[in-house]
Design a protein around this ligand. Sequence first.
Ligand code: SF4
Length: 276
Amino acid sequence: MLKITQSSMKRIFVWDYKQDQYVRKDSTCPKCWKAQYIDGMRTKESKSQAMGVYLEHIIGVNPDARITDLPRKAKGIKTADHYRIDRQADMFRGVVAKYGLKLDNVQVSLTVPWIKGRVELNGTLDILDIIENMAHNVDVKVCANVTSDFGEFQWAEPEKKDYMQAKMYDYLFYRKFKKHMKHVFLVFDYSPQMNHKEIIYDIGENDHEQIEYLIESTLSILIDWHHDGYPTVPSVDDCRYCPFGSREMNAYEKKIHEGFEFFGDRSCEDFISKAE
Ligand code: SF4
């Protein structure tokens, strides 16, 4: 059964804020995509992703997290970033109290069929809570600095963000329960200022249509990739975290992944030939 998730679609499409629509990325590597989303191979987390998984674990939102500690300095001393994330856990508890969150339902999986017996849609909510009769999808995010407006994962300008995750989860929830959710992003950083932000995303009237369009487009692209034998498309972004490649990871990221088995600790043949 093929599972389509928002993260698998996010690897193929990016939100173009100026055009107010999703556009296809030209850097997606089909071989890497297949490894992750069809063969179930594990990709490597970036530093911010690893920090996020660690924070989710220590605040009790992700009990089965793959990362339960972070790389340490000599004699087991925590890095400054590590201390900051530990402090942000305290901040999270304050936010929990403010919203009256119960944290009873964490890592909630929503699955609905798309093509019976062949394709299903799936999403896993960090926290699902009911507040004043309204279902809340509460998502915990970590970034290096919430005031930085650099890159796809910036949180400085929330109006420019891609909310595919909220749109997809709302779509799944609506298909199952015929109700919308309120979407709350709790964003923490590990900058010296230890900032945090709470961002609410209201579902737009075209959001479900956009999700259906992305699902259909993803399936159509997959058929093409399948016929082409899932070719390799090397790029700095994809090769760095791909199960087949490790060349571009920095020392900290390599430490995060010590002890984990990947396909191999070297780049795939195509990437090697193009990198040389
Ligand atoms: S190492 Fe690069 S080119 Fe090779 S499969 Fe991974 S992303 Fe694609």
